[in-house]
Design a protein around this ligand. Structure first.
Ligand code: HEM
Length: 444
């Protein structure tokens, strides 16, 4: 259809009932998206429970148009609010839009473009080395839980900068339980808001219900976080402190005022939620891919930093942690010859862009070298989203991946327990290796 033709048609899509489409998306998101594109083209509508319509786009050019809606009709915060607000809080930049979002992004954004990157790298490497030397030898185990432990430790030490070992210990046990509990409570988010509110208020009074458990864990975590914030405010001059919380405590807005305690709490929870599981999954995939590509493993051994960075990027291309990065539309959007109504969700589909042979020749091959070439197209590589809402922690995540991978490989010789690639499955909201990246390790 010529681009100037005005249309009122919504994009085509599968005719299955919403429940069946939701089940297909949850069971095999990448396969489902590929099948939809094959049948319906680069823009298609899916029906998902709890959402009026969810349109995916599968090319770099269309993704660019979706990300551009961050300036006007797209709301990334609103698209995430139902699932995340009870955990990260109402002042989290994940769930905000407009002015309120701008304020939090100004505070949190610079905290990661840090002059402390070298220090972070050293801390991350030390944590990884400390963990790797305690892993089982000569019997199969899944790497993903081990990566979760590493990325949690990074959040506690590098982001929160907690030094008191008692508190580290309490947070180390509380936080994973809180995140797991928020997942089960998350199903409630599928209900329409008034019904959800009533049900939540009833369930929170019911001891042992998932909602009651979640509330109790949240209260316990908040107590430690607010206490840590108060202590750190009192001891302002922790000489040479480089952690992210210290940077946030020192941050000022354009009027010279600092972040409130509640903003700091929500900010820390945001970084935890956005940075922990995501980076652990990305690292698990890195090893899942590496053990099946001995040539790439061997080249990492040469110690070339640029190549290592390319390995992290190629991992995120072939195995993106998120398939979607949705925006809710507040006004209709013309896209690819279709009209998407207000109130619908629209999202680039990362696996479709990343598997596009025009953008990435031989897309199914794991070839880090492609990121060393100057011809590589950045618009089609969207593991960290795009537009104004792109991931604030992308540099931090790449730093962490490239700090952790060589440490593990320096301690251990890894091989796969099964030569077949692991399937992609949704785990804690991320697209993770189905068997958790199982390997056999031998000491070096
Ligand atoms: C490999 C690891 C990671 C991946 C794959 C990832 C991916 C993403 C994606 C896809 C988005 C949504 C972007 C969009 O809608 O356009 C996002 C947002 C965000 N990420 Fe990450 N992320 C990772 C690590 C981190 C880390 C380590 C942090 C911080 C510690 C972080 C903080 C955030 C925040 C705060 C947002 C919300 C930004 C906003 O709405 O303005 N992420 N991330």
């Amino acid at each position: 259809m010529p681009p100037h033709t005005v249309t009122t048609t919504t994009p085509p899509g599968p005719h299955l009932p919403a429940v069946a489409q939701t089940a297909a998306l949850l069971h095999d998101p990448v396969g489902f998206l590929h099948r939809c594109r094959h049948r319906h083209g680069d823009v298609f509508t899916t029906r998902v429970v709890g959402v009026p319509g969810l349109v995916y786009v599968g090319t770099a050019e269309l993704a660019r148009r979706v990300f551009a809606t961050d300036r006007d009709v797209g709301r990334a915060g609103e698209a995430r609010r139902d699932f995340l607000e009870s955990l990260v809080g109402p002042r989290s930049l994940l769930c905000l839009d407009g002015e309120a979002w701008t304020r939090q992004r100004r505070f949190l954004g610079p905290a990661f473009h840090s002059r402390h990157a070298q220090r972070y790298r050293e801390q991350m490497a030390a944590i990884a080395a400390d963990h790797a030397c305690r892993w089982p030898l000569d019997k199969p185990f899944a790497l993903r839980p081990r990566m979760q432990a590493i990325t949690l430790e990074v959040i506690l030490r590098v982001v929160l900068g907690v030094r008191d070992s008692d508190r580290v210990e309490r947070l180390r046990t509380l936080l994973p339980r809180l995140l797991a509990a928020s997942d089960s409570g998350g199903l409630l988010a599928l209900l329409p808001t008034p019904a959800r509110g009533r049900l939540e208020r009833a369930l929170v009074r019911l001891p042992g219900s998932p909602v009651a458990r979640f509330s109790a864990l949240l209260a316990a975590t908040d107590e430690i976080l607010y206490d840590e914030i108060a202590r750190r405010r009192a001891a302002r001059d922790r000489d040479g402190a480089t952690d992210v919380l210290s940077t946030l405590l020192a941050a000022r807005d354009e009027h010279g005022s600092e972040m409130s305690d509640a903003e700091l709490r929500d900010g820390l929870m945001t970084l935890l939620v956005a940075g922990h599981e995501t980076t652990a999954t990305a690292l698990a995939w890195a090893f899942e891919r590496l053990v099946r590509h001995p040539d790439v493993l061997a080249r990492i051994g040469d110690g070339d930093g640029r190549y290592l960075d390319a390995v992290a990027r190629e991992t995120l291309r072939t195995r993106p942690v998120f398939a979607e990065m949705p925006r809710v539309l507040v006004e209709p959007l013309e896209l690819g010859g279709y009209r998407i109504p207000a109130g619908w969700y629209v999202s680039p589909a990362a696996p479709l862009l990343h598997d596009d042979p025009h953008e990435f020749p031989a897309p199914h091959a794991f070839r880090p070298e492609r990121f060393l070439a100057d011809t590589f197209s950045t618009q089609a590589w969207i593991p960290f989203g795009g537009g104004r809402r792109h991931c604030t922690g992308s540099q931090f995540a790449l730093l962490e991946m490239t700090a952790v991978i060589p440490q593990v490989l320096a301690h251990l010789r890894l091989r796969p327990t099964d030569p077949a690639p692991e399937k992609v499955r949704i785990r804690n909201g991320t697209l993770a290796p189905a068997r958790g990246a199982r390997v056999l390790a031998q000491a070096r």
